[in-house]
Ligand binder design. Structure first.
Ligand SMILES: [Zn+2]
Length: 345
């Protein structure tokens, strides 16, 4: 390093955290009757907690659980996803908050000192077999669509089938014909393809098929914790080969197995163990961070958005500098978001 001391970037963890555009790529909201996020709530994420923890940007999720795929079940899912997207959008803007959909908007909000609110759809089942809903969701501000949740849907096989819905181990052998059309349409309209929750077969096919990189927005590494929601090393290699990302998440049983009848002992240090593994395997450019707060995420050390600085501190303690911490917190995601925007027509 030849820089003068005066021009060196911040090296202290707290200063790095304060300066970094911290983005959490997967946060659930309560539905129905979501509490007012502008006030302190009993949820793990609200705007006061984001401010205290210097979590500058958050992707809030319009989630629909997998249900019966009859006309009524599909219509209910489609209506719920749309209502949730509209809710997130209409409550996003405020005195020091902005709704964002592009990497430029995200960066501008950060420069202005405003919180950035983003949205996404979890479970392509809510498309209700109508590809035009993808454009509608994009127009309502969604930046990504998670192909499946738990349970196979009409687009793809899921990592965790739902036997109570009649699921076998596999239904399509990965993506269905409709799933392939959906990925092409997502590429066309500028929606990121999220492969978290997808079966390995679906994920590998999606990564190959997509014209732009895919993202696992909330998953961990199977090499460290053998959970079906995690990505194995072959899947990580596919992300590197195609330019994609794994956003390591704070869900305890994805980080460390729970002993029989007990709770997973995972803490914030386990999150960074998974980051270290992914970085060693596929490089810093393919790894990011997420919490899955209010969807099961949260571990000692990063229990809610107000404790976000602890994760940066642990990354810094392990030797990640300001540049790497920026890449992990949002730099990589911003790069992929730009590619997806550019790929869109
Ligand atoms: Zn999820």
């Amino acid at each position: 390093m030849t820089d003068d001391v005066a021009t060196l970037p911040a090296t202290d963890a707290a200063a790095i955290h304060a300066a970094t555009l911290t983005l959490d790529t997967h946060i659930d909201i309560r539905w129905p009757d979501p509490p007012d996020a502008t006030a302190e709530t009993d949820r793990r994420v609200d705007f006061p907690k984001m401010l205290r923890g210097r979590l500058k940007a958050a992707v809030f999720i319009a989630f629909t659980p997998q249900g019966k795929r009859d006309a009524e079940g599909l219509a209910t899912a489609a209506a719920r996803a749309e209502a949730m997207l509209r809710h997130i959008r209409t409550r996003a803007d405020g005195a020091a908050r902005r709704f964002c959909t592009t990497a430029d908007e995200l960066e501008a909000a950060h420069r202005a000192g405003a919180l950035a609110v983003l949205s996404a759809v979890e479970n392509g089942n809510a498309m209700a077999r109508d590809l035009s809903r993808l454009r509608l969701w994009r127009d309502l501000g969604a930046i990504y669509v998670t192909i499946t949740h738990d349970g196979h849907n009409d687009l793809a096989d899921a990592a965790r089938p739902k036997p109570d819905l009649g699921d076998g181990v596999a239904e399509h052998g990965g993506l269905s014909a409709l799933g392939r059309q959906a990925i092409a349409e997502m590429n066309r309209v500028g929606l990121l393809v999220d492969v978290s929750h997808s079966a390995k077969s679906s994920m590998m096919q999606a990564a190959e098929l997509s014209r732009v990189p895919v993202v696992a927005t909330h998953s961990c590494c199977r090499a460290l914790c053998d959970h079906p929601r995690n990505l194995d090393d072959e899947q990580l290699d596919m992300l590197r080969a195609t330019g994609g990302l794994i956003q390591i998440t704070a869900l305890d049983v994805f980080l460390r197995p729970a002993p029989q009848g007990g709770r997973s002992p995972a803490t914030v240090t386990d999150i960074v163990d998974h980051v270290d593994h992914a970085v060693a395997r596929i490089g810093i450019d393919h790894v990011g961070l997420s919490s899955d707060f209010d969807g099961g995420g949260g571990v000692p050390g990063w229990r809610d958005a107000s404790e976000t600085g602890n994760l940066t501190a642990e990354l810094h303690r392990r030797g990640y500098g300001a540049r790497e911490i920026d890449l992990l917190w949002s730099g990589n995601f911003r790069r992929v978001r730009r590619l997806v925007q550019r790929g869109a027509v």
